[in-house]
Write a protein that binds this ligand. Structure first.
Ligand SMILES: NC(=O)C1=CN([C@@H]2O[C@H](COP(=O)(O)OP(=O)(O)OC[C@H]3O[C@@H](n4cnc5c(N)ncnc54)[C@H](O)[C@@H]3O)[C@@H](O)[C@H]2O)C=CC1
Ligand SMILES: CC(C)CC(=O)C(=O)O
Ligand SMILES: [Mg+2]
Length: 368
């Protein structure tokens, strides 16, 4: 298969983890006779420095013509003082919006060898398998008006959703629940927010089309508590943009590290942007210690969701699992008796595992 992939390394640790994505893509191409035509473009702070904008036109054009996009991370203290419209994060929000990537899938699936790496009790964490379906192109991050008054003493952000925007993401949630255990938890703040009341209304309406799915509503504040005190009650969670952003970082604790979580940002035609859930981690950038697994697992999601390469995706997941079973991990993971390695070594070991593939043993993941 021949596919065009755009790489957007971005800022901070973005470039370091992108090396992991490139290495596994190269290996998969060789092992399976695929051709990945890869081009790199600027986004975020890197683009501000080079082109004076967080989202250059040539980046958008390249992404529009691609089969899929891999993104590292954007942002960092260097650009924190920039005006709102010119911050690195605007680049990421802009590419999601301009490509119409409204459905953000964030699987939270623990790996057996990391079950003791979570600060939570092992019995709570063991066997956890959650999919967060987050709305990605609406809500507070995009609503207008947004800004500061002329005297600087008043600020406004707007939480706006249309019924259609809610309907399409809720449908994604139901579809995911149907393909998994048939349980959907919709998370909102319907006791306070009008947008959440419409959200709940839509979920109730849509539930009639999916009689095989059991639906539950939870308010976001207590859902945040239950996510770490009784995580196994959740299977698919569907929620709006800001809540999904926060809950997914919280849920990463179940896996042992924020560095473990991958994500897919999708629309309806198979084109997608794939990135780890974490940010640019400026506190460790350049030290060679960042965990590349969230990025590598995002690459596996790309192969599966955008290219239909289920077996290749499963191979990457197997290579990651075997590496962890062999005791290798980066220093963000607290594994007793494990062997701490740097980013490059972790990538090298995964590539080695991939090259000696045992495809007959590959087990497909159950994100959806
Ligand atoms: N998708 C994106 O590009 C995102 C960008 N950001 C941006 O990233 C910058 C830093 O934000 P933070 O709140 O610090 O969040 P962060 O996710 O970058 O880091 C939070 C903590 O987790 C650690 N961490 C994150 N990923 C890791 C990995 N792969 N391996 C090991 N440790 C890891 C970091 O070292 C840090 O201590 C900000 O400018 C923010 O706007 C934040 C979230 C998402
Ligand atoms: C950096 C933001 C634009 C978003 C974020 O934190 C995320 O998508 O996880
Ligand atoms: Mg986030």
């Amino acid at each position: 298969m021949r596919k065009q992939v755009i790489l957007l390394p971005g800022d901070g640790v973005g470039r370091e983890i992108m090396e992991g994505a490139k290495a596994v893509l190269n290996t998969i191409a060789g092992e399976y006779n695929h051709e990945f035509i890869v081009h790199e473009h600027a986004i975020g702070g890197d683009a501000i420095d080079r082109y004076d904008t967080p989202l250059p036109e040539q980046t958008v054009k390249a992404c529009e013509n691609a089969d899929a996009i891999l993104l590292g991370a954007v942002g960092g203290p260097k650009w924190d003082g920039m005006p709102a419209g010119k911050r690195p994060e605007k680049g990421l929000l802009g590419i999601r919006k301009s490509l119409g990537l409204f459905a953000n899938l964030r699987p939270v699936q623990g790996f057996g060898p990391l079950v003791h790496a979570s600060p939570l009790k092992t019995e709570l964490v063991d066997g956890c398998d959650i999919l967060i379906v987050r709305e990605l192109t609406g809500g507070l991050y995009f609503g207008k008006p947004s800004g500061r008054s002329a005297d600087g003493e008043e600020v406004v952000d707007t939480l706006r959703y249309t019924r259609k925007e809610i309907e399409r993401i809720v449908e994604k949630g139901f579809e995911a629940a149907q393909m998994r255990s048939g349980k959907l938890t919709s998370v909102d703040k319907a006791n306070v927010l009008e947008s959440s009341r419409m959200w709940r209304e839509v979920v109730e309406e849509k539930a009639k089309d999916y009689p095989d799915v059991t639906v539950e509503h939870q308010l976001v504040d207590s859902a945040a508590m239950k996510l770490i005190t009784n995580p196994k009650q959740f299977d698919v969670i569907v929620t709006e943009n800001l809540f999904g952003d926060i809950l997914s970082d919280e849920a990463s604790v179940l896996t042992g590290s924020l560095g473990m979580l991958p994500s897919a940002s999708l629309r309806t035609d198979g084109v997608g942007l794939y990135e780890p859930v974490h940010g640019s981690a400026p506190d460790i950038a350049g030290e060679g210690v960042v965990n590349p697994l969230g990025m590598i697992l995002s690459t596996a999601m790309m192969l599966k969701y955008s290219f239909g390469m289920e077996e290749e995706a499963a191979e990457i997941e197997r290579a990651v699992k075997e590496c962890l079973e062999d005791g290798y991990h980066t220093r963000d993971l607290d594994v007793q008796g494990g062997k701490v390695v740097g980013t490059d070594e972790m990538i090298k070991r995964i590539v080695e595992n991939l090259s000696t593939k045992s495809i007959s043993n590959a087990i497909c993941s159950s994100y959806m």
